[in-house]
Design a protein around this ligand. Structure first.
Ligand code: HEM
Length: 168
């Protein structure tokens, strides 16, 4: 069972990562050239970016995170590298959302919209992907680092929530 879920996790994360690299490249090559201001060029760019984002890359991200969360629960992993990996994945999710925002703006602004440079998104995606892969494949011993954290971040404080934050 775990092997099957891991296979699904790996297959869909390959698609997700490929998409986070391909989308900024498509935006740069198709979305920032004069051709995008013609009807045919704009339609081609919209179909490619919108369909790839909604039909392939976003479902792949959802399945990767769902399968990863199942592995997390089934394997009972709580090591610091795993928790650091979740932080790096959050960075990938932010880049994914930012690319979706740019794609939806191209639709709303039609041919008038000038898409900003996707290069920072590409650099960020490569950085977070590399960090995620390094953390999960090298499984570095992070305990010496986490031991430096202040005590209030490491142990429950045993305090009650302020009463106005607790639903009645
Ligand atoms: C919220 C999202 C994610 C969660 C909860 C998650 C969780 C997990 C867990 C629990 C494992 C099993 C680790 C082991 O058996 O040692 C795993 C394996 C793996 N994950 Fe993720 N993962 C997530 C996203 C990602 C992403 C975005 C990537 C790549 C960019 C990735 C790359 C990998 C790789 C390469 C493995 C196989 C490691 C091995 O078998 O040694 N994961 N993941």
């Amino acid at each position: 069972m775990i092997a099957l879920i891991k296979a699904l996790h790996l297959a869909t994360l390959a698609l997700w990562c490929a998409g986070l690299i391909a989308l900024p490249v498509v935006m740069q090559i198709y979305g920032r050239t004069p051709k995008v201001h013609t009807q045919a060029g704009f339609a081609e760019f919209r179909l490619l970016s919108h369909r790839a984002y909604t039909l392939v890359i976003t479902p792949a991200a959802v399945i990767t995170i769902t399968a990863g969360s199942l592995l997390f629960v089934l394997e009972g992993l709580r090591d610091p590298w795993m928790l650091a990996k979740l932080g790096a994945v959050a960075g990938m999710v932010l880049i994914h959302a930012w690319l979706g925002h740019l794609i939806s703006l191209t639709g709303e602004g039609a041919g008038r919209y000038r898409i900003p440079s996707p290069i920072p998104a590409l650099v960020g995606a490569l950085g977070f992907m590399g960090l995620t892969l390094w953390l999960v494949l090298a499984k570095p011993e992070l305990a010496p680092l986490t031991d430096q954290l202040p005590d209030w971040l490491l142990h429950p404080r045993g305090r009650e929530l302020p009463s106005d934050l607790v639903p009645i």
